[in-house]
Write a protein that binds this ligand. Structure first.
Ligand code: ATP
Ligand code: MG
Length: 242
């Protein structure tokens, strides 16, 4: 019985791998990134790319001082002077401050890139995951209204029934979470925010950070994020080690 189930899964995986090879396409992750990047560009957001290695001192600026629970999740390098970024926000703070000096009025930026956190939790957490973080600078609408608008647009693009709820975050204080069936897909925050001073930011903004492997997991109606991770075991959610 058990052997039959395993055999069925192997047959299915093998057939999926053969069909990927027959009609090659970009990976499901790249496809999702392309879709979201194109949409954001059409909405007036520009894509930026910032370093994955960051100075540990910026975590202090993010209010994550040495006793903060998230600090225990950080992968350190160079005797702790640098680390692998656990989030995109500190870099985007710098980019938005610099760009806002030259660009008047409303504008938007986004980055899609890897983030790293030591995680002990199981099926919804990876140590290496892909975040999409968008920031709109000087939004026209009220922040909550704008975040809900952006969430609605995102729900259409990813075909998921996204709900919004207000949460308290360890880093950002009050945030708006985007969830699907109770699973967190994204967290949104907005400024003016107490953290802005440390980054010399003195204009309003709204930001949303979305975990892209979580999107793929929810789209596949799976509850195992590892299938959708950068992996030596899975390709597009299909097992390769059969
Ligand atoms: P959670 O409460 O689920 O641990 P978080 O609130 O710590 O997540 P945020 O800092 O809000 O995470 O990051 C924004 C998004 O990035 C999350 O909503 C989630 O989709 C994704 N994300 C965060 N940590 C991980 C992880 N370890 N693995 C995969 N995705 C993650
Ligand atoms: Mg969150």
């Amino acid at each position: 019985m058990f052997r039959d189930v395993v055999e069925d899964l192997s047959v299915r995986s093998r057939s999926e791998l053969r069909s990927y090879a027959k009609t090659p396409e970009v990976s499901e992750m790249q496809h999702l990134q392309n879709l979201l990047a194109k949409r954001l560009v059409s909405m007036g957001f520009m894509q930026v790319h910032t370093p994955t290695l960051i100075s540990t001192s910026v975590l202090d600026k993010m209010g994550m001082d040495i006793d903060h629970p998230l600090r225990r999740q950080v992968f350190y390098l160079d005797d702790g002077k640098r680390c692998l970024r656990p989030m995109l926000a500190p870099n985007l703070y710098v980019v938005m401050r610099r760009m806002a000096r030259s660009i008047p009025g409303r504008f938007g930026i986004f980055e899609i890139g890897k983030c790293y956190r030591k995680e002990s939790k199981g099926s919804h957490h990876l140590e290496e995951f892909t975040m999409l973080n968008l920031v709109e600078i000087r939004p026209v609408d009220r922040p909550e209204t704008r975040i809900k608008d952006l969430a609605r647009q995102l729900a259409l693009d990813v075909s998921l029934p996204i709900e919004t709820t207000t949460e308290e975050s360890d880093v950002y204080g009050r945030t708006i979470d985007l969830t699907v069936d109770g699973v967190e897909l994204a967290s949104a925050a907005f400024g003016p925010h107490p953290m802005d001073g440390a980054f010399n930011v003195n204009f309003p903004w709204v930001g949303i950070g979305i975990g892209l492997e979580r999107v793929l997991m929810l789209q596949a109606k799976s509850n195992n994020i590892h299938r959708h991770a950068s992996s030596l075991v899975y390709h597009n959610g299909t097992r390769m080690d059969i």
